[in-house]
Design a protein around this ligand. Structure first.
Ligand code: PRX
Length: 657
């Protein structure tokens, strides 16, 4: 293309606000009939049979939805199934020799599993776990990087009816201990280490440190990923994964029949207050929903090679690396490492090598690709791509268009999918074979999803006005409760907008949004005290408690400030105890305190020492003001504060840092 053509194209793209799905995509899309929205509405909740029908059931359900104890909804009641059977066994006949998992390590080594091979290993792992004592409903924690043994262990647990609780490998030892204690989890599957930028990273020491903080007996299985690159010794209650599984070679384990409403897994996530909450997902509703959204939104077909570049340690990886794609019998790609190792074209090399059909990634990654430049994708043949997706945070139109042009070659629809750990699967996004795309806006709610944008009193806002997202009807993939904390489940998600007297239950996801005349929803971000760093959800309270645990810190406030690459970054404002002075060492120990308490992802961008925090007359920290200071925004009137003078001092400090 000549330079002038290129400039004209850029100009056209910059002005364009609406994009139609490419004809070539529509012709082959899984869902193409626009009447689906109406059909789902008219036929609700029975419309969800369509999701359940994507699975194989041992026993069919009696009722699609039971709602006599709201908001404790139950889906596909009376139905029985096994998730591992659905993700593995049922594909054996037609697709036994086809790839289920295509894994690539950071150093370039590859491992692949056909459905037949996956079946064998899942069975062996299930037999081993069962003999270790894992029974139905025992929670097995997994603290693992992106190695194939992670989905294998998840599916092995599902096979024997043991819910898993996967803790992101980047989280700290403390975070692991907190989650194992909260779930009373007596089993851990972990890994000696993994590669990052070519170096073998020790993970087992962190796991062991975490285990020291667990208040009950545990049994641990350790995957040896690093071989000679890291020597590790196993403790008394620790077994080597390969040795263990070798003892069960060729064994098969009958999948345990689970009720639709039986727990499939727990996933701990951050909220405004207190400790991370254990989001409970079920076997029937969750799996149906993950399969349905993979089919309708990601357009997954069995013959595809599909790649979601998230980490399985987050919900995106659960729903859209493991359960959704494998339930549909496709090939799911897993990559261990970073996108810029050994060079910034690593992602595009993977797309080319495996002829990836769909790529699902995060806006934070797209912003990095943009910064690195289009010369990296240009080095590779990306023509296998049919659909692109994003998740985790708002994507700005500029990044959307860059993705559309430089990765999708203007011939792939983009689905900007809004959802949460709690929703189990996608909620607001365009259907790629049907809807016009508007960069920056996620799109309308999916068929059958009654999402609205409302004001404080629950009334729908006029187009263009900012409000809050609510979901006014239940859906199969929804969380059922917070583990062992039904009260908190109600407080956190249902109290804000429900009218208990009228028996009207409304789910509040704690996101702000706008809606346009066509019903397209643009997500504005969290309205609670959750920070979204590179699409990762962190609670300000958790960060603050890690900071105040540092010796010499008297009080701390953590807020999110805008960040070009990460979306948001953590800013901490710190008051020191008498006798402690602001210093580089102090700053360092605070940063380390956060890394030890939560993990490197929560690392503060700035630590600002101050003698006071701006507070209201009633003594509440003014977080919004601290956010405005971090963003260098106009602060408006601060005279109602108890201590208005401090604001200028803090602002000065942030600016000069
Ligand atoms: O604020 C929304 C943002 O991520 C939050 C959910 O985080 P988590 O439970 O960790 O799940 C992330 C992956 C599903 C939401 O409350 N979020 C997620 N997707 C989008 C988004 N914000 C804007 N646009 C999205 N597509």
């Amino acid at each position: 293309m000549s330079d002038t053509d290129e400039t004209q194209l850029e100009a056209r793209l910059a002005d364009q606000t609406e994009f139609e799905p490419p004809e070539s995509f529509v012709e082959q899309a899984n869902v193409t009939d626009p009447d689906i929205y109406e059909e789902f509405e008219e036929n609700w909740p029975d419309c969800w049979e369509r999701a359940a029908d994507l699975l194989d059931w041992e026993t069919d359900h009696d009722e699609v939805l039971v709602d006599d104890d709201e908001p404790f909804y139950e889906w596909f009641v009376g139905g029985e199934l096994n998730a591992s059977e659905n993700c593995v066994d049922r594909h054996l006949e037609d697709r036994g020799d086809e790839l289920a998992i295509q894994w690539e390590g950071e150093l370039g080594e590859t491992r692949s599993y056909t459905y037949e091979e996956l079946h064998r290993e899942v069975n062996e792992c299930a037999a081993a776990l069962r003999d270790l004592g894992v029974g139905e409903d025992d929670i097995v924690t997994m603290y693992m990087p992106m190695v194939p043994e992670l989905p294998i262990a998840m599916l092995a647990c599902a096979r024997i009816g043991a819910p898993h609780s996967v803790v992101f490998a980047g989280f700290s030892a403390d975070a692991l201990a907190t989650r194992m204690n909260a779930a009373d989890s007596e089993y851990l599957v972990t890994c000696d280490g993994y590669y990052r930028r070519g170096d073998g990273l020790d993970h087992i020491s962190k796991a062991n440190e975490g285990l020291e903080g667990v208040d009950h007996e545990t049994t641990t299985v350790v995957v040896d990923r690093l071989g000679d690159d890291l020597d590790h010794e196993l403790g008394d209650d620790q077994l080597d994964y390969d040795d263990l599984v070798a003892d069960y070679e060729g064994e098969s384990v009958e999948p345990v029949v689970r009720d639709a409403e039986d727990m499939l897994f727990l996933m701990y996530t951050s909220g405004t207050t207190g400790k991370p909450k254990g989001v409970k997902h079920t076997t029937g509703g969750y799996l149906s929903y993950a399969a349905w959204t993979s089919h309708s939104v990601l357009d997954v077909k069995p013959d595809d090679t599909y790649w979601c570049s998230a980490d399985i340690g987050w919900i995106t990886g659960h729903s859209y690396i493991v359960y959704g794609p494998l339930a549909l019998g496709t090939t799911t790609v897993m990559y261990e490492g970073t996108p810029d190792y050994p060079d910034k074209d690593r992602m595009w090399e993977i797309v080319e090598n495996y002829e990836v059909d769909q790529l699902y990634t995060a806006p934070t990654a797209i912003r990095a690709f943009m910064k690195w430049g289009e010369e990296y994708p240009e080095q590779h043949d990306l023509s296998s791509l049919r659909l692109l997706g994003t998740v985790g945070e708002p994507i700005n139109p500029k990044a959307w268009k860059w993705y559309y042009k430089h990765i999708g070659n203007e011939s792939c629809p983009i689905v900007d999918t809004w959802w949460q750990t709690e929703t189990g699967g996608m909620m607001i996004t365009t259907l790629p074979g049907i809807a016009t795309m508007k960069p920056g806006s996620a799109g309308p709610p999916l068929p059958g999803i009654d999402a609205q944008v409302v004001d404080e009193s629950g009334e729908e806002v006029a187009p263009g006005e900012a409000g809050y997202v609510t979901v006014n009807k239940p859906w199969p993939g929804m969380l059922r409760t917070l583990y062992r904390n039904d009260d908190r489940f109600i407080n956190e998600y249902w109290e804000a907008y429900s009218d208990e007297e009228a028996d009207e239950w409304v789910y509040f996801p704690e996101d702000g949004a706008k809606i346009d005349d066509d019903g397209y929803i643009t997500i504005l971000g969290r309205v609670d005290d959750v920070i979204n760093v590179s699409g990762h959800r962190l609670g300000t309270m958790e960060i603050e408690s890690a900071v105040v645990d540092v010796e010499g810190v008297a009080e701390a406030a953590a807020v999110g400030g805008d960040h070009d690459m990460k979306g948001e970054a953590v800013y901490t404002y710190v008051i020191l105890e008498d006798g402690y002075e602001e210093s580089e060492e102090m700053r360092q120990s605070i940063v380390e305190g956060v890394e030890d308490g939560i993990g490197p992802i929560a690392r503060p961008e700035q630590v600002i020492f101050t003698p006071e925090l701006p507070k209201t007359r009633s003594g509440k920290i003014m977080r919004r003001l601290l956010e405005d200071i971090a963003n260098d925004d106009d602060l408006g009137n601060t005279s109602t504060l108890r201590n208005p003078d401090i604001v200028d001092d803090i602002q000065e400090k942030v600016r000069s840092d």
